[in-house]
Design a protein around this ligand. Structure first.
Ligand SMILES: Nc1ncnc2c1ncn2[C@@H]1O[C@H](COP(=O)(O)OP(=O)(O)OP(=O)(O)O)[C@@H](O)[C@H]1O
Ligand SMILES: [Mg+2]
Length: 216
């Protein structure tokens, strides 16, 4: 489903080598956890695989085709990718329901979009908060709404970056466990960066990174 070959990423004109030659393959429906110390390159890897950032070297293939063939990348991400990143980017002036409806295809009837958004929000335990704004719910509830939004367009790929610092550890763990369970139930291919061994243990496989490289 996703294959990365020898990815490198330099920042600051090569002063920082965030990735030093990472190769990785995820089978369809596979849930893989990436672990490793802060600064080892997890977020950089997720950003490159999801087309948010270009690599300095190497190549990404999706379903056997080079990522560049899926341009424009914004359209690729809208159709293929669900994001659950450290910053959830819910729009503050929209209700949770409206936030979840936002990424859906505008050509679908509004009623259908609303029903589906309500269903997704009840699945993440927010049935009674549909009409609340993100600023009026807890950090954990915002993260769960972000999960519902990530699932809104039935993505084939989900990239999740553990919300370190944005919610307390227990909530963070519960959210990530939830992401993995939901992704598996939906048959979605998932790459999740986490510091938590209990979370990682729920994945099908753990990839360990150190200093810009995958350890074997
Ligand atoms: N935009 C940037 N400009 C310069 N350096 C960057 C940039 N983004 C990341 N880096 C550097 O690249 C390296 C890898 O960063 P990355 O964010 O991928 O680490 P991480 O494994 O996600 O860490 P954490 O667990 O703290 O989230 C670090 O040395 C970081 O300082
Ligand atoms: Mg990170």
């Amino acid at each position: 489903m996703i294959r990365a070959e020898n990815l490198t990423k330099d920042y600051d004109h090569g002063l920082v080598q965030a990735l030093k030659g990472v190769s990785l393959a995820l089978a369809p429906g596979e849930a893989v956890a990436v672990m490793g110390p802060s600064g080892c390159g997890k977020t950089t890897l997720l950003s490159i695989l999801s087309s948010l950032e270009p690599p300095s070297g190497g190549e990404v293939f999706i379903d056997g085709r080079p990522l560049a063939g899926y341009r424009p990348y914004a359209a690729f991400r809208a159709e293929w990718v669900g994001f659950i990143f450290q910053f959830h980017h819910l729009l503050p002036h929209l209700t949770l329901l409206e936030n979840v409806m936002l990424p859906m295809d505008p050509r679908a009837p509004r009623n259908a979009r609303r029903d589906k958004a309500a269903l997704l929000l009840s699945r993440v335990g927010l049935a009674d908060k549909l009409h609340s704004r993100p600023t009026r719910v807890s950090g954990g509830e915002r993260q769960r709404a972000a999960i519902a939004r990530a699932l809104a367009r039935d993505p084939k790929l989900i990239f999740a970056d553990e919300p370190t610092g944005s919610v307390d550890t227990d909530t963070g763990r519960a959210i990530m466990e939830f992401v993995i369970t939901e992704a598996k139930a939906a048959g979605v291919t998932l790459l999740v960066a986490t510091h938590n061994p209990e979370v990682a243990a729920l994945a099908d496989r753990i990839v360990r990174m150190r200093n810009g490289l995958i350890e074997d």
